[in-house]
Write a protein that binds this ligand. Structure first.
Ligand SMILES: *Cc1c(COP(=O)(O)O)cnc(C)c1O
Length: 422
């Protein structure tokens, strides 16, 4: 039996209506920017496997670091014990994070990183004897699939069935030049109740919301308003973190720094799952007390897994290298050149670019999970390119090690889509 057939027997895939889409494509190998299927076909990974494998799949440098760590210390309870990889990683993260960040807390994925951030913010006020139960979030944000993270996400097929069980979240639109005054007014009205604990947001780029982008200066106004009223700000950098915007973090573009930052995805370079929630000294201090009850009683069994920490350290080393920083600049310039070429195309509604993220909104009507989406997807795969359309938006978020030739192949597959397919 082929992998495709065996897959169907016991596996339940995420974000999949198995009745309509019973088949998954088996991938047997990945290296650099390439994925290989069972039949030997290769595909350029144009979205770095959901923005994780930014230094290339099975990167040899990271692989060696992971292997050495596996021989040295595989796993240890992180409550009561500590270890070098976690300590070194905390030092490196604090080195590259915005300067107000002081402490790092480990969990397993982007959703739990946000869950931790939300719980930290709620307990921060609880520990100070204040009852603040409301979270503010953007209307079309995405923060993950656990209950807190899901509650803070915009309503969609992801979280619709669970609406009755959400934590209390009030939503505001993402800001732009037209609505900014209205957004600040609405925010102030919510905050006026003195019940708002936190504001959670994806800084500057909303990945799941079709790579929607908004300006740093408007975000800054929102964050400054939150700061004035002791509303904890939580930057969800799960997608934007680790160089994708052209800076280490999207928050680097914004003057007012967040109190809490969640990160995952590229943190561990596509090797193993892990997440980190960082915070300021002020947040941390609110949990220090003679009573045990004010501590943060949140734990995951694999917190700060040493192998994951070693991998993350190697990733940050690569991110900070001249080579990768130059690659990031090259990809940005290359995407800009491509944008000049196609932004006036009759099938292009608009284009967006920030860092290595490049998105094209198509001038066609289509459902997010409709038939057209799969036609577009198939076109790319037939051309040896893996891109995953988000509604009528296609986007590139390539691994930093992608070659100019591979980038050109992605571009030409987009041009043939626009010219011949849609
Ligand atoms: C992917 C993502 C998450 C969820 O992370 P998981 O690891 O899939 O749980 C949260 N926020 C943002 C911005 C993301 O892109």
């Amino acid at each position: 039996m082929s992998l495709k057939e065996r897959d169907k027997k016991h596996l339940w895939h995420p974000l999949t209506q198995h009745k309509i889409h019973p088949e998954a494509l088996p991938i047997v190998k990945a290296k650099g920017a390439l994925l290989f299927d069972e039949d030997g076909n290769e595909f350029i990974d144009g979205i770095a496997s959901w923005y994780t494998s930014m230094y290339g799949h099975c990167n040899d440098y990271i692989l060696n670091k992971a292997q050495s760590q596996m021989h040295q210390l595989d796993q240890i309870v992180f409550s009561g014990f500590t270890h070098e990889p976690a300590i070194a990683l905390s030092e490196e993260l604090i080195r590259i994070l915005p300067k107000n960040q002081e402490k790092v807390f480990f969990s397993d994925n982007g959703s739990t990183a946000n869950e931790v951030g939300i719980k930290m913010a709620l307990q921060y006020h609880f520990n100070k004897g204040e009852k603040r139960n409301i979270i503010i979030a953007f209307e079309d944000g995405f923060h993950g699939d656990t209950f807190g993270a899901m509650s803070a996400s915009g309503l969609s097929v992801y979280n619709g069935p669970f609406e009755d069980f959400f934590i209390d979240v009030k939503r505001i639109p993402t800001p732009n030049s037209q609505n900014i005054n209205q957004v600040i007014k609405q925010l102030e009205e919510y905050i006026g109740s003195n019940e708002v604990a936190a504001f959670i947001y994806e800084p500057l780029v909303q990945g799941a919301n079709a790579m929607h982008m908004y300006e740093a200066r408007y975000l800054d106004q929102i964050l400054a308003t939150c700061k004035e009223h002791a509303v904890i700000t939580i930057a969800d950098e799960v997608m934007t973190g680790f160089g994708k915007t052209g800076m280490n973090f999207a928050s680097d573009f914004v003057e007012t720094k967040p109190d809490i930052i969640s990160m995952s995805k590229a943190l561990t370079a596509g090797f193993v799952p892990m997440a980190v929630t960082s915070c300021t000294q002020d947040i941390y201090n609110a949990f220090l007390d003679d009573s045990v009850g004010k501590a943060f009683f949140h734990a995951h069994t694999y917190s700060a897994n040493p192998i994951a920490c070693a991998v993350a350290l190697a990733g940050i080393e690569l991110l900070s290298s001249e080579n990768i920083q130059q690659n990031i600049k090259n990809i940005i310039a290359s995407n800009k050149g491509f944008d000049e070429k196609i932004k006036k195309h009759s099938k292009v509604q608009t284009t967006r670019q920030m860092g290595v993220i490049y998105a094209i909104e198509l001038k066609i009507d289509m459902d997010r999970y409709g038939k057209k989406r799969y036609e577009i997807f198939d076109h790319f795969m037939k051309n040896g390119v893996y891109l995953r359309p988000l509604g009528n938006t296609i986007y590139i978020l390539p691994p930093y090690i992608i070659s100019p030739e591979q980038l050109e192949l992605i571009y030409s597959s987009i041009i043939s889509l626009l010219d011949d397919v849609i």
